[in-house]
Ligand binder design. Structure first.
Ligand SMILES: *Cc1c(COP(=O)(O)O)cnc(C)c1O
Length: 355
């Protein structure tokens, strides 16, 4: 058995994979595959409708917001947000908390001015900057809720006089969030809610319509809203598997239920990192991510042997991102706490064998 700590595409619940496999062969007893039915069929429409309803229910999405399933990954949203929201000559505010935040602001520069209101670059992004002023004359402020590569996470959001745009790719549905704090939330599905190929967008309708530029239909949120995510052929299979994952999440007690489990998993693993003299954490303790746990070895000579040791135990995907090094254990929603304990046991045994 493998324990999948990969950062993304990440682990999916085993029962979801079984249902998805069945749907590929014979979808809901239709005698057809989910891969070969029309996206306009009643069967697929019911999948899309259920996916939208589950998002609204699980995240308590208020009136006045639209839920979209789009393509092109979170990386497309880096550009679509300013394309749709930042007027020519206008300004957008960005909080720079890592590689993804940086890629997002780079795209915004194509459309207008960017004001970096806070950055943690000087520390190689080991903490979340907290004291920043929101410029009231900016079109929006962009944040990244969880920094997948560095292992930091914003623990609190804020009320803002301008729309808050948030990249939630790596912690969407991992904890309770007040959607009314945000103008736009987007997330590539492949970290915590489904397979690669679909991107969730939750957008407050009244933040649209404030730019004059011409926007091609596929990249226009308003067109996507009017088309109900079906302006063109949507990524049917990725939406189906996301819907199954959301059903699974609901059955587990929803976001509140999973948040408790995620807290317990993170606490167990960070406790071991802090206790074990061979390892140490890399981020400010108060900003530690409950999704991507980054740590290093005190003695660099232990790095390769520990990886090999983990490999033998079926622990996969824990090598850190090349810009941080060390280890990164991604403990997304679908990763059971039993897998976290297998990793903790491996760390303890490794310590015993390296006295
Ligand atoms: C993985 C990731 C992305 C990139 O997502 P794609 O869907 O591959 O474009 C963006 N932001 C964050 C926070 C991520 O973790």
């Amino acid at each position: 058995m493998k324990h999948n700590f990969g950062a993304g595409p990440g682990i999916l619940p085993h029962e979801v994979l079984k249902q998805a496999a069945e749907g590929v062969l014979n979808f809901n007893g239709t005698g057809l595959s989910i891969l070969e039915i029309s996206h306009r069929s009643a069967e697929f429409e019911s999948v899309l409708n259920e996916a939208v309803s589950l998002v609204k229910e699980l995240f308590n999405v208020p009136e006045g917001y639209s839920v979209l399933f789009m393509q092109g990954g979170a990386s497309s949203q880096f550009a679509l947000a300013p394309y749709n929201l930042l007027p020519d000559g206008g300004k957008a505010a960005y909080v720079e908390t890592g590689v993804w935040a940086n890629k997002a602001l780079k795209e915004a520069k194509l459309f207008g001015q960017v004001e970096i209101v806070a950055t943690a670059k000087e520390s190689n992004y080991t903490y979340i900057p907290k004291d920043f002023t929101i410029p009231k004359d900016a079109a929006y402020i962009h944040i990244t809720s969880n920094n997948t590569i560095y292992g930091t996470q914003m623990k609190e959001f804020f009320k803002s006089p301008i729309p808050v745009v948030c990249d939630m790719s790596s912690d969407i549905f991992s904890r309770k969030v007040d959607v009314s704090d945000f103008g736009l939330i987007y997330a590539g599905a492949q970290k915590n809610m489904g397979p690669a190929g679909v991107t969730l967008v939750i957008i407050k309708n009244d933040i649209l319509g404030k730019v004059d530029r011409k926007i091609p239909s596929m990249f226009n949120y308003q067109v996507q809203i009017e088309g109900g995510s079906m302006y063109n052929t949507p990524p049917c299979f990725a939406i189906y598997v996301s819907m199954l994952t959301l059903r699974w999440l609901k059955a587990k007690g929803g976001v509140a239920g999973i948040e408790q489990e995620n807290d317990a998993k993170a606490k167990a693993l960070y406790t071991e990192i802090d206790r074990n003299p061979l390892f140490k954490g890399v981020c400010a303790v108060e900003d530690r991510s409950h999704m991507n746990v980054c740590f290093v070895v005190e003695n660099p000579e232990h790095e390769k042997p520990f990886l090999k040791y983990c490999d033998e135990k079926g622990i996969v995907g824990i090598k850190g991102h090349r810009s941080v090094g060390g280890f990164r254990a991604s403990i997304y929603n679908a990763l059971p706490i039993t897998s976290v304990h297998v990793l903790i046991d491996a760390m303890q045994e490794f310590q015993e064998n390296n006295k």
